[in-house]
Design a protein around this ligand. Structure first.
Ligand SMILES: [Zn+2]
Length: 241
């Protein structure tokens, strides 16, 4: 039976590295203003496609500034991006594309996090994982602006959404997602359970399809990280059903 682990920031291990960065993806879909189905104004978190490049779009300026847009304009912009995104992915409001861009300073260590759901790997760490045969790690170089000379290079793996949480871990009164915008109005359960039948077999790291802030690694990923002695990730095993 394969085992799966929720990847979380290991604060204790990372306290040794005195660096930080403040970066955002270059492009994103706008948020949705007052959905005509559920009336909620919202944007998603964790739907990041760093390897998707919007620079060839004539309207790329429309993706530079985060703001809510009415449904029809949101849909129009989403459909401009769809041919450039991986086939079949959901593109909810706030989906981000392109490299992380922003200032950085100090020593970030072999891997670092932004907001506990975005993982950056130093090039040697990324290549080490690749050499260990970890599956499905495409990536994009983050455009971090360090002030020091010959700064380290960091890559953001494109962690795509696959699988889902099992409905058994939902609150009993949970309503289905909005039929118009797809929003699932639910906070993350304290004890998430993965839906075994939905989980991918072609990759070792993914985000949970209906909870994109939950990044999951396989046992193979965990073992590779431990063999390489990469500090900075806490592995919390998630049950499957
Ligand atoms: Zn809605």
């Amino acid at each position: 039976m394969p085992r799966y682990f929720w990847l979380l920031e290991d604060w204790t291990a990372l306290a040794a590295y005195k660096g930080d960065f403040n970066a955002a993806h270059k492009w994103s879909l706008p948020g949705l203003a007052k959905c005509p189905g559920c009336s909620v104004t919202w944007a998603s978190t964790g739907h990041n496609y760093p390897a998707v490049d919007l620079s060839a779009l004539p309207e790329q300026d429309a993706f530079l500034k985060a703001r809510p847009e009415p449904f029809t304009e949101f849909v129009r912009l989403r459909e401009l991006v769809r041919p450039l995104a991986p086939p079949g992915v959901a593109l909810p409001p706030g989906t981000a594309f392109g490299p992380l861009v922003g200032p950085a300073r100090g020593d970030l260590g072999p891997l670092t996090w932004q907001g506990s759901y975005l993982l950056l790997l130093r090039r040697d760490a990324f290549e080490g994982l690749h050499a260990e045969g970890v599956l499905g790690l495409s990536s994009r170089k983050a455009e971090l602006r360090f002030r020091q000379k010959s700064p380290p290079e960091y890559l953001e793996p494109q962690v795509e959404l696959r699988g889902q949480l099992h409905p058994d871990c939902y609150p009993p009164d949970q309503r289905p997602p909005c039929g118009t915008c797809g929003r699932l109005g639910m906070s993350l359960p304290d004890d998430p359970i993965l839906d075994a039948a939905s989980l991918p077999t072609d990759r070792d790291v993914f985000r949970v399809g209906n909870f994109a802030t939950v990044m999951v690694g396989t046992e193979r990923f965990k073992e590779a990280v431990q063999r390489l002695e990469l500090e900075g990730i806490t592995f919390r095993e998630l049950p499957t059903r």
